[in-house]
Design a protein around this ligand. Structure first.
Ligand SMILES: [Zn+2]
Length: 193
């Protein structure tokens, strides 16, 4: 946090901190005595529990910072339902239902990525992935990619597809499936569609 902000009255610094994530607050708490004092205050964390997680239960909580850390690690960032599921690609707590609802979490296996987006296996090697058990063949787990990463790769490499028919099919696929993201704009720009 810049020294300009740290020179503000403590009440204002507190309001600025309301917009920061837990990890940043940990760093800032060491920045000066002002931040250190209110970040040790139970009331600050009680308020953050209310702001971030709509936590308004009246249980007797002896340590609100611990309660905040618990909610932070066990509450879906979208729907605020309790979950222990961490999204592999984003490292944030997201429940399985929200992972299915929000496009940004959509995943795709290696063979579908190659089949539908015509990306090369060697290019996929540069993308982040995790291994998932393959229910069809237990000996060979599947590589799972973030669909968004595959789309961007496909946009970057679509011009190198030699067959016009395949190229058109990939472009159509991207345009049909990526309407909610910036990717289709990127593609349209690239191809001047
Ligand atoms: Zn959720």
């Amino acid at each position: 946090m810049s020294t300009v902000v740290l020179n503000l009255p403590v009440e204002l610094i507190e309001r600025v901190c309301d917009f920061l994530k837990f990890n940043d607050l940990e760093t800032i708490s060491k920045a000066c005595d002002k931040t250190m004092s209110f970040l040790q205050d139970q009331f600050y964390w009680k308020r953050r529990c209310e702001i971030d997680f709509k936590y308004t239960k009246t249980d007797v909580i002896s340590n609100w910072k611990s309660q905040y850390i618990f909610l932070y690690g066990n509450t879906c960032i979208h729907c605020l339902e309790v979950t222990t599921n961490d999204n592999y690609f984003f490292g944030t707590t997201v429940c399985r239902l929200c992972e299915r609802i929000f496009d940004r979490y959509a995943t795709i296996c290696k063979s579908d990525a190659i089949r539908l987006y015509r990306v090369k296996a060697e290019d996929l090697e540069n993308l982040r992935y995790f291994m998932r058990r393959n229910s069809h063949n237990r000996r060979y787990p599947m590589k799972i990619f973030l669909k968004n990463d595959v789309s961007i790769l496909a946009v970057q490499t679509v011009c190198s597809i030699a067959s016009e028919k395949r190229k058109t099919r990939v472009i159509e696929h991207i345009l049909r499936h990526e309407s909610s993201t910036d990717i289709s704009d990127l593609l349209k720009n690239l191809l001047r569609v």
